[in-house]
Design a protein around this ligand. Sequence first.
Ligand code: B12
Length: 480
Amino acid sequence: MKTIVFVNPPMTLEARYGVLARAGAMEPPFGLCFLAAATREQGYRTAIIDAETLGLSIDETAREALAFKPDYVGLTATTPAIVSAARVALKIKEGAPSVLTIVGGCHVTAIPEETLEDYPGFDIAAIGEGEKTIVELLSALDEGAGLERVAGLAFRDKDAVRRTPARALVKDLDALPMPAFDLLPRLDRHYGVTAQSVDRFPAASLITSRGCYAKCTFCDTNVTGNTMRGHSAAYVARLMRLVKDRYGIRCVMFEDDNFLAFRKRLKELETVLRDDRLDMTWSCTSRVDIADGETLKRAKRLGCWQVFYGVESGSQKILDFYDKRITVAQSARALEMTKDAGLHTKGFVIIGNPLETLETLEETRSFVLKAALDDISITYFTPYPGAAVFPVCERYGTFERDWERLSCFEIVFVPHGLSRPVLEDCQRRIFREFYYRPRVLLGYLGRIKTGRHLADLVGSGLALTKHVFVRPSPISYSIR
Ligand code: B12
């Protein structure tokens, strides 16, 4: 029996969230769980090493992987994780040169040739969704057959990198084996959404669909594409039941790009969940143009307590530049409807965008302060290779192409006419003016239900306070 070890490479919360690390959480590497379920079903001895969650170093990760005496090692990587993945792959090759390393995920999917050229530790790249690719690839390798027959690959051939035809998206997600959460460290102990996104503990995140119909140009959708595919209502209920029964999970954060867009499924869930008596609460994402009163009230009835929206900016010019296809007024309305339905709201905001000026920053600040928001996340615009804006972003500002720093919490892009201190100061100012208001603070106090909530909220609150008050930047962001 051949062995494959999947690796989520090391990456700390500090690398992901910078000074706000305390507010971050580890979540399961869903892609690897799907892949591991697929190879295990085909009879491969399969393991997952989640080095990110276990806090392993590069050396420790390679050592743990080699301890399984693998034939194959499959590494996943986003853009900020690609260097770490490449280091693990090299270490594995040093320890056992015959092990074949395969890299997949959004970074290599966007730029396979460059990735294979830059990182000699990777033997083969899997492009796009990987469940079928990995199974066909392993069987081709076991049979000693050529790789050309396997769709969705890139590999080195003499001095060049060759690609095979594109792999089609998975049509029927329910047909995939259930994600192999059992191969991870225990879900309820090692992974946890923080209290900002959870109303009860233990909590976990899940993903129940792939793809997003929108084509916002800042967003990297190159793996799952623009065709929305959802697991069925019955599958969603089965998944919730599984994490509840096996790990005692009581609250779920759905990480789908646009959970509420599956309106028909939500209706069906009403029956399925009532019959199942799951008694779980959840939070989810939505585009603002999907939100309507009926859907939101239904979500509330089904246990939803919080909805996350990508409001992105208070400037229409920037929303239009990104082809976001929403208006600022639509965002404001969606947030009000969500509050009217009795739900908490969180908005994702991006600053430092192409075309950003002091005026557009001010529009965003003023929008955030007026909108019906309970919570916000403010990140810096980050051009990812899989996003449509990537090839043109340097027309609009200076970009530092240092993959490891592309976390959205470090400034790697500065729009023409603005500067790094101005962006830092703007982020601090919006955080400060947003959070340190009686309405928002009291809202937070109202959420404290357990000691765990208290510890999480105090911990992240202190980190935020230190960030916004204690470290003033030398230049002041001021429009007037
Ligand atoms: C859930 C999620 C998270 C979770 C869990 C991440 C995880 N490890 O799965 C958490 C919260 C931890 C997270 C963290 C981050 N995330 Co995130 N996240 C997502 C989200 C919403 C879903 C990911 C997912 O599960 N997709 C579904 C699975 C099935 O797809 P997949 O993971 O890509 O895996 C498939 C293929 O890529 C391929 N594949 C992947 N690996 C391999 C390996 C092999 C060997 C093979 C054969 C195939 C293969 O097969 C898989 C199955 O089909 C995506 C957006 C999206 N819709 O994909 C963003 C996304 C992946 N995240 C993103 C970012 C920026 C981050 C952070 C940097 C944010 C931060 N500062 O914390 C960190 C980076 C963490 C890291 N380790 O690199 C970006 C990445 C962009 C980029 N090019 O790098 C995305 C694409 C969002 C976006 N549209 O911009 N994220």
